[in-house]
Write a protein that binds this ligand. Structure first.
Ligand code: SAM
Ligand code: SF4
Ligand code: F3S
Length: 481
């Protein structure tokens, strides 16, 4: 088994950023691959599955694409900008292929699925195009490409979950990990390309999820984030006895692995998150009191055109319910401004909804029409770009005030923090997160390590980080205040 030495190079909570594995020892004779990922956490988790499949075949991994025999780029199609970034990156690889003609370049993920073999016509340097459900066939496609043929497999599956594959943790901090619990999406939000690039929704065998989380815990990890486009519709039917595992059941089973293992999850669809899930979160100290609940728009008219299947009032009622059952729950969201036909009135409704919810964190975008989606086929993309951008800026400015307020609320209070590693700015400070997913930085004192829980007293903050001092180490992981 080759030894992997990997380092985190990006903030995994952000979408649309790239990461690449850092280093990596391997036999100099083994062919080496380099993998770079874009898009959502599910794509990053998929790259870890791909790395596992390739390593089993005897390939080595490298962080420097200059040293690679094969370059894979795991792509995202969610917005036009995401695709443009990938094309720019491919341009850089093209230059490299000029002086290293035997280099193989493979395009993985959602853009591969969306463009299929068209990719090979558009980007002549690409040798392999492989969709998210076809990664098991990657070794065979590599062989084909090595013999001079271009390899394409973009078949979507109704069953594939890669449940039996142990992902190789790329860029891991050794403390936090993503665990995919399902794939695909059955919702047809009219703006969204995901149902076309990721196919039908399917849930992963509950036992394999629990085994993966248990292995992570036994290997020193202290936080897992259960991933799916719509985690609340997770459902696994056990063929042995026909028993059904719901998302609430799965959360509970993962939380029971150890009180020292923090559990997070993403993403919750407002139409599907149930009281049962909320009460399960309440029941376990180690399930983080934090919910990502994308709203997209505050206007019921726009929500209907988006096919989100809830109204503004339904969303507000859901937020109220969350706050009733989990009074101290952190809340984050996604929003899109300038969707087809959006008026100033609709936009004001989004602003007022943001005012009402005062999100701790928000990912805010302007609408980017995606070919083939319901919205592209049905509605005109008729809001001018400047208007989309101006409305987005208004939402961003408003949210910035709310997130600062949310950080300031924590001043003068103690918080349980899971140490993830050195702070980015100084190796004399630790960095970790609170239950509410807020980054905390504090000076190193005492004999602490990554993966330890500590109690940090917050003294100051910026809009993105809390700064504090160590109050005490929490030996048993249980801490209530
Ligand atoms: N499954 C999640 C949900 O239900 O909201 C999120 C999926 S998507 C990967 C992440 C976010 O990208 C969405 O919540 C939405 O705000 C944004 N997004 C999706 N399609 C978009 C588009 N065409 N233009 C702009 N933003 C988009
Ligand atoms: Fe896209 Fe909607 Fe599915 Fe989320 S729930 S992935 S926004 S179709
Ligand atoms: Fe992008 Fe595909 Fe994720 S389109 S956001 S990488 S599911």
């Amino acid at each position: 088994m080759q030894e992997l030495i990997l380092e985190k190079k990006h903030d995994e909570s952000r979408q649309g950023e790239a990461f690449a594995p850092k280093e990596i020892a391997s036999n100099p004779l083994t062919k080496k691959f380099y993998i770079e990922s874009y898009g959502c956490a599910m794509n990053f988790a998929d790259s870890e599955v791909v790395a596992s499949i390739l390593q089993k075949e005897g390939f080595g991994i490298t962080m420097q694409f200059e040293n690679a025999d094969m370059i894979f780029i795991n792509t995202c199609s969610i917005r036009e900008k995401a695709e443009a970034t990938v094309r720019r990156r491919l341009g850089e690889f093209r230059k490299m292929k000029k002086y290293k003609p035997e280099l193989l370049v493979g395009v993985l993920g959602c853009m591969a699925e969306r463009l299929k073999s068209k990719f090979l016509e558009e980007e002549k340097l690409v040798d392999i195009v492989i969709g998210p459900d076809a990664y098991r066939s990657l070794p065979a496609l590599i062989q084909e490409a090595e013999s001079g043929q271009k390899g394409v497999n973009v078949l979507l599956s109704r069953e594939e979950t890669y449940g039996d594959i142990s992902p190789i943790r790329l860029n891991s901090n050794g403390v936090t990990a993503f665990v995919s619990i399902m794939r695909g999406c059955n919702n047809m939000c009219s703006f969204c390309v995901v149902p076309f690039t990721r196919g039908r929704e399917r849930s992963r065998d509950a036992a394999s999820v629990i085994n993966e989380c248990t292995d992570l815990f036994n290997n020193g990890y202290r936080e897992v984030t259960l991933l799916g486009q719509n985690v609340d519709s997770y459902q696994w039917v056990n063929a042995a006895d026909n028993s059904v595992v719901s998302f609430a059941d799965l959360l509970e089973k993962v939380a029971q692995i150890s009180p020292l293992l923090r559990v997070r999850f993403s993403t919750s669809h407002p139409k599907d998150i149930t009281d049962e899930v909320l009460f399960t979160i309440k029941k376990y100290d180690n399930i983080c009191k934090y919910i990502h609940l994308p709203v997209q728009s505050g206007s019921t008219r726009i929500l209907q055109m988006m096919n989100r299947t809830y109204t503004r009032e339904w969303y507000i009622a859901k937020v109220n319910r969350i706050r009733e059952i989990l009074p101290d729950c952190g809340l984050s969201t996604d929003s899109i401004t300038g969707f087809c036909s959006e008026t100033e009135e609709d936009h004001k409704e989004t602003i007022s909804l943001f005012e009402y919810c005062e999100y701790d964190l928000a990912y805010m975008y302007f609408y980017s029409e995606r070919p083939g989606t319901l919205a592209a086929r049905r509605f005109a993309d008729d809001v001018p770009l400047e208007t989309k951008k101006r409305r987005l800026q208004e939402i961003v400015d408003l949210h910035r005030r709310h997130s600062l307020k949310s950080m300031q609320r924590d001043l003068g209070k103690p918080f349980k923090v899971l140490i993830e590693g050195d702070s980015k700015k100084s190796n004399e400070h630790w960095a970790g997160r609170t239950d509410h997913n807020k980054m905390v930085v504090f000076p190193k004192t005492g004999n602490l390590n990554k993966g330890d829980y500590v109690n940090v007293f917050i003294e100051s903050c910026t809009a993105g980080t809390l700064m504090g001092v160590l109050k005490e180490e929490i030996k048993d992981g249980f801490y209530n205040y």
